[in-house]
Design a protein around this ligand. Structure first.
Ligand code: ATP
Length: 339
């Protein structure tokens, strides 16, 4: 059996239950996952200070793969610290319709948002220059844009889709123009993958009117942020999704990949066997796809979607199952599917 080492970053609230669920499902897989636990809970951070991050980042750099559960943000944001220290420059956010989840959108959507995680307007809070005006500098860099583009083309190759790059290059000619230039350079290395550019405003309308025209979308930081959350709104859930962050080496290959559920720590239901582990299990599925365990990835996604569609799920999405009962059902389906 193939073995993968994965740094497991434990956090707060429902983190322990999500971890138990991931471990139970991992037992049902045709590969072995060797978890390397790192405690980033508030208590551990308060006790250990920055040494806790040092150990965690060192393990992530050594192992290259990580699964992170929600952490409480107080005076510091662990997500921000990990992003800075691991040099995460690309964020991947898959957004797909989940049959059985109520939403206001009649169509099916299945897109992968690849977002440059650095620069854009987010790196500069700006400056007031007088009572009536403020300025900020919007920086776009070619290297992270190339990384995002390469990731997008490789993903499209894997899933058999095409790539749309989106920005406002006709107005932000220097900055978004540079981003699109980086995409074009990478595109030349993937002659078999179709690519088109769309202006960001027109893409938003396009996704609502003709969602089937989109699969992999690559875009600068702030547009990616707007797009991921609004697409999650279309499928009726921000909390059920997962995301992944990537840093890259000199060669352009992924150096660290970190997968995490999008939701928060849900302290109100922590420890009650009530939380929905779907996003954490989708993060595990994405990790499996990333390492090339495509069958296991597909089986896990299928099991999750089937159970939710039949309302064999936790209470937050209309079911009656506890976290552990839902997890056991998913593990059983995955085992059955993979023989
Ligand atoms: P944080 O500060 O970590 O964001 P929060 O409670 O402010 O925590 P969320 O964790 O996003 O914000 O929770 C918002 C609501 O959604 C809560 O009522 C919580 O119980 C619910 N919720 C969040 N995650 C889950 C989950 N995995 N399963 C079921 N309910 C959840």
């Amino acid at each position: 059996m193939k073995t993968y080492s994965v740094v497991e970053i434990l956090g707060d609230g429902i983190s322990a239950e999500l971890s138990r669920s991931v471990h139970a499902v991992a037992q049902a897989l045709p590969c072995r996952i060797e978890f390397v636990p790192m405690d980033l809970s508030l208590e551990s951070r308060q006790r250990g200070g920055s040494a806790v991050y040092d150990r965690c980042v060192e393990a992530m750099q050594r192992v290259g793969l990580a699964l992170k559960y929600p952490t409480t943000t107080t005076t510091e944001s662990p997500n921000q610290i990990l992003r800075d220290r691991c040099d995460f420059s690309v964020i991947h956010r898959p957004v797909a319709t989940i049959p059985g989840i109520q939403n206001n959108f009649k169509r099916t959507i299945d897109i992968e948002v690849i977002r440059v995680a650095t620069g854009g307007t987010y790196d500069d809070p700006g400056m007031r220059i007088c009572d009536e005006a403020a300025v900020s500098i919007r920086k776009i860099e070619k290297t992270p844009s190339r990384h995002a583009a390469r990731f997008a083309f490789e993903l499209a190759q894997r899933r058999g889709g095409h790539v749309v790059s989106t920005s406002k290059w006709t107005i932000q000619r220097a900055t978004d123009g540079l981003f699109e230039e980086a995409v074009d350079e990478v595109r030349a290395q993937f002659p078999a993958i179709q690519h088109r550019r769309e202006l960001f405003d027109s893409l938003l309308a396009g996704i609502i009117m003709k969602p089937e025209r989109y699969s992999v979308i690559v875009t600068p930081n702030e547009y990616g942020d707007f797009l991921s959350d609004s697409a999650c709104g279309l499928i009726g859930s921000i909390g059920l999704g997962d995301s992944a962050s990537y840093s890259f080496g000199e060669s352009g290959r992924v150096k660290i990949a970190m997968f995490d559920p999008a939701g928060g720590t849900a302290p109100d239901i922590a420890g009650k066997d009530l939380c929905n582990p779907t996003a954490a299990l989708l993060a595990l599925a994405n990790l499996l796809g990333f390492v090339g365990e495509e069958r296991a990835c597909a089986a896990l996604r299928k099991a999750l979607l089937e159970c939710i569609a039949k309302q064999q799920c936790t209470r937050d999405v209309g079911g009656t199952l506890s976290t552990s009962a839902f997890t056991a059902r998913i593990a059983e389906l995955v085992r059955a599917e993979l023989g």
